[in-house]
Design a protein around this ligand. Structure first.
Ligand SMILES: Cc1cc2nc3c(=O)[nH]c(=O)nc-3n(C[C@H](O)[C@H](O)[C@H](O)COP(=O)(O)O)c2cc1C
Length: 388
C-alpha cells in the first residue's frame, strides 16, 4: 500500500498543467487516497484470496519462500498465489515435458496426493531485475518406497519471475534432474539410478518357459553375446563358442527329436506301461512347444581342449549368466536349459565338433508373461562372516 502510494504520487507530480494551490493540494490528496484504495481493493478481489494482498511489496526471495513453503506443505492454493495468472506460463519437467498452466495445476494436484514425502530446499542464487528475475535452487525430494527404502531425487529448479501489478510472480519453472538415489533402510549409503538399474536387472532376470513370437534383432543378439565374452575365465582362456539358432524349421525338428530323446530315456529309466508312456509323451510335447517358442536359441559351448580344461565348465556357466542379465536388460527372458537337450544328442543334431561341451541351451525372447520370482533364500541363511 505504501509503495503504491509513493509510485502513484510521483507519477502524478510529474504532470505539468499548473502548480496546485493548498486547497487543490488537499483535495488532490483525498482524490489520490480514494484512487489508491479503490485500486488496491480491485487488485485484491481480482486475485480472490488474502495471501496475495499480503504479498504486495515482497521481494523475489520472499515470493520464492512462499512458493517453496506451499510445495513443502502440499498447498495447491498457496502455490498458485505465487504463480502468474497469464496463460504464457510454462513448466519444464525433469523428463523434458513442457506443461502449461492448467497442466501445472493438474500435475501438482496429483503430486500432492502423495504422502510422507519431504522436500528440503537449498536456495543457490537470486537475481532481481526491474521487470524480471530468477532463482536457482536445489530441491531434495525424499520419500519411502513400498519396499521400505528411501528414494532421493535431487533437481535444480530455475524459477523465472515477472513483476505483475507490483508483485513478483513465477512465470516459468524449469526442472533439471541432478541425481536419483535409493538407500537401504537405515543405511546411509546412496545408490544412484544406474546402480539401482543394475541391481534390478540382476534381480528381475527370470527363467522363462513360454515366449511371444516377436523377432529379436541381430543387434540385440550380438549385444547379448558381447556381454557374455566379458565374463571372467580361468587364465583368461575364454574357451567359448556360441551357436545361434533362428531357423524355425530346424527348431521345429528339434522339438520332435527332443520329445523322442526324452521318451527313450524315460522308457529306460522307468519302464512305464503304454498309458503312462502316452501321457508323458503328450506332456513333454506341450512343455517343449512352450520351451521352444522363442525366436532365438543359443547353445553355450566350451572348448574341452582349452588351456585349463578342468575350468571350462565354470567359464561357460559364467558366460551364460552374463548373457542372461544382458538379455534381461533388453527385455528378454532366457533359461539355463539342460534336461530336454542332452549333450550327445544335441551335438549330433547340430553337427557340433566333438571337442566342445554343451553348457546350456538358452532361449532369447519376449516372455509370454514374466514369471513371479521363485523363493530365494535370505541373506541370513546363506551368509557367514569370517567363520562358521
Ligand atoms: C545348472 C542349471 C540347470 C538348469 N536346468 C534347467 C532345465 O533343464 N530346465 C529348466 O526349465 N530350467 C533349468 N534351470 C533353471 C532353474 O530351474 C531356475 O534357474 C530356477 O528355478 C530359479 O528360477 P530363476 O532362474 O527364475 O531365478 C537350470 C538352472 C541351472 C543353473
Amino acid at each position: 500500500m505504501v509503495m503504491v502510494t509513493y509510485i502513484s504520487g510521483s507519477i502524478f507530480n510529474q504532470t505539468q498543467f499548473h502548480y496546485p494551490t493548498l486547497t487543490d493540494n488537499i483535495s488532490l490528496k483525498i482524490l489520490l487516497f480514494c484512487f489508491v484504495f479503490l485500486f488496491s481493493s480491485v487488485t485484491a478481489s481480482y486475485s480472490g484470496n488474502t495471501p496475495i494482498r499480503n504479498q504486495s511489496g515482497l521481494s523475489i526471495k520472499e515470493t520464492f519462500n512462499l512458493y517453496v513453503k506451499a510445495v513443502q506443505n502440499s498447498n495447491l492454493e498457496g502455490l498458485f498465489t505465487t504463480v502468474t495468472d497469464s496463460d504464457d506460463f510454462f513448466f519444464l519437467t525433469a523428463n523434458g515435458k513442457l506443461i502449461d498452466r492448467k497442466g501445472y495445476y493438474d500435475f501438482h494436484k496429483e503430486w500432492f496426493k502423495e504422502r510422507d514425502w519431504e522436500m528440503p530446499v537449498e536456495l543457490l542464487k537470486v537475481r532481481q531485475g526491474n521487470e524480471y528475475g530468477y532463482t536457482n535452487a536445489i530441491f531434495h525430494y525424499r520419500s519411502k518406497t513400498p519396499e521400505g527404502k528411501t528414494y532421493l531425487l535431487d533437481s535444480y529448479f530455475t524459477l523465472i519471475f515477472h513483476k505483475e501489478n507490483g508483485m513478483w510472480k513465477v512465470v516459468a519453472d524449469v526442472c533439471t534432474p541432478i541425481g536419483r538415489y535409493l538407500t537401504d533402510d537405515g543405511d546411509e549409503i546412496r545408490y544412484d539410478w544406474q546402480q539401482v538399474y543394475l541391481f534390478d536387472m540382476i534381480k528381475k532376470r527370470r527363467t522363462v518357459r513360454k515366449f511371444k513370437s516377436n523377432p529379436v534383432p541381430r543387434e540385440h543378439i550380438l549385444k547379448i553375446l558381447d556381454a557374455a565374452r566379458y565374463a571372467p575365465t580361468a587364465g583368461n582362456q575364454q574357451p567359448w563358442k556360441f551357436l545361434v539358432i533362428q531357423d524355425k524349421r530346424k527348431l521345429s525338428k528339434l522339438k520332435d527329436e527332443a520329445v523322442q530323446w526324452y521318451i527313450e530315456s524315460y522308457k529306460n529309466e522307468k519302464q512305464p506301461n503304454r498309458k503312462e508312456l502316452e501321457n508323458t509323451g503328450k506332456a513333454i510335447k506341450n512343455k517343449l512347444n512352450d520351451i521352444l517358442s522363442a525366436p532365438v536359441y543359443i547353445a553355450v559351448l566350451v572348448d574341452s581342449k582349452a588351456e585349463y580344461p578342468e575350468y571350462v565348465m565354470y567359464d561357460g556357466t559364467l558366460a551364460a549368466g552374463y548373457l542372461m542379465i544382458e538379455a534381461r536388460s533388453l527385455g528378454y527372458g532366457t533359461g539355463f536349459f539342460t534336461t530336454f537337450f542332452p549333450e550327445k544328442n544335441m551335438k549330433l543334431f547340430f553337427g557340433i565338433p566333438d571337442r566342445y561341451k554343451l553348457i546350456c541351451f538358452t532361449p532369447i525372447g519376449i516372455p509370454e508373461h514374466w514369471p513371479d520370482t521363485p523363493h530365494k533364500k535370505s541373506l541370513e541363511e546363506i551368509v557367514v562372516f569370517e567363520s562358521f
